[in-house]
Design a protein around this ligand. Structure first.
Ligand SMILES: [Zn+2]
Length: 305
């Protein structure tokens, strides 16, 4: 019978296919279920990454990036996390004069940001930026939350020799917010987790597997972390120059950071931030670039490191 014949033929073809080019892979996977499991795990991470995130062009950097949150969600998350941050660093410093000072410096930088965007015909990219001084007088640190809250510790503020250096710190933090850095890293985190999980499954010894998985996950995170820092330095330099602050003051900031990093350090490859020495060299390049035209766009097609 024709029908029967065809059916038989198909099965034949499928059976012989199993032994062919694809068959090698299929039977290999069947013999090694762990590899199949690893692939499923990786596939899940990739699926989640592309399914739950959105690719959008960033109005300030011009880059197309994957993000997890919409702007209003970023703002909500930032506002929600602000009290916790403040509490972790000993509360807010009740010093009206210093608060006025960082508010003024911050506003001048934000006007520069608006000016850069205006020249590109964009007038609707903004976040409710707020500048907070944290009372902590031991920890040299500054950071930004998604959607606009920017923090600087009293310890760091005290060590900065000039308004220009304070502007250097705030401009860099504004850069993190504008470039959607936290938002991008949130989008990647489930992907990195599944890569780390897949690596940890690839070995027989669960302890070695876990360590290897953690290492790979951390390696990816720190790689992107360093790129974010370089990009924020670049944005910071541009904002400083458009706002008529001295961008060279960033060297003073790097000195302060270098001074706070005494003792043994992780290799740069495993650090979330490039070393201050590396950043200094990059900052010199950014200054030269924006000195020619403060409104130019830095071409990052070769990457940020
Ligand atoms: Zn940073």
């Amino acid at each position: 019978m024709h029908f029967g014949y065809n059916e038989y033929d198909n099965r034949q073809r499928r059976a012989s296919g199993m032994r062919g080019a694809h068959g090698g892979l299929v039977s290999m996977l069947l013999r090694h279920p762990r590899i199949l499991l690893i692939l499923v795990f990786l596939g899940f991470g990739v699926f989640k990454y592309f399914g739950s995130t959105e690719k959008k062009e960033n109005p300030f950097t011009g880059e197309s990036v994957r993000v997890a949150l919409k702007p209003e969600q970023e703002v909500a998350l930032g506002l929600q996390s602000t009290p916790q941050m403040i509490q972790q660093f000993g509360g807010e410093l009740a010093d009206e004069r210093q608060q006025r000072r960082i508010d003024q410096i911050g506003q001048r930088l934000l006007k520069a940001k608006d000016e850069v965007l205006r020249r590109r015909g964009i007038d609707d990219f903004d976040y409710p930026f707020r500048f907070h001084i944290l009372r902590d007088n031991q920890t040299i640190n500054a950071f930004a939350l998604p959607g606009g809250p920017v923090f600087i510790t009293q310890a760091l503020l005290r060590q900065l020799p000039s308004d220009d250096a304070v502007a250097g710190v705030l401009g860099h933090e504004i850069g993190h917010v504008l470039a959607w850095h936290s938002n991008q890293r949130m989008a990647q985190s489930s992907l990195f987790q599944s890569i780390a999980g897949a690596v940890s499954m690839a070995t027989d010894d669960p302890r070695i597997g876990r360590a290897a998985g953690q290492f790979v996950g951390q390696f990816l995170q720190t790689k992107y972390g360093r790129e974010d820092e370089s990009q924020s330095d670049c944005i910071g330099v541009q904002l400083l120059m458009v706002a008529c602050y001295q961008p060279e003051s960033l060297m003073d900031v790097m000195e302060v950071l270098q001074g706070s990093m005494k003792g043994p350090r992780w290799p740069e490859m495993l650090s979330t931030h490039p070393f201050p020495e590396t950043r200094k060299k990059q900052i010199v390049e950014y200054i030269q670039f924006f000195r020619a035209d403060p409104f130019a766009e830095w071409d990052a097609s070769d990457g940020w490191n």
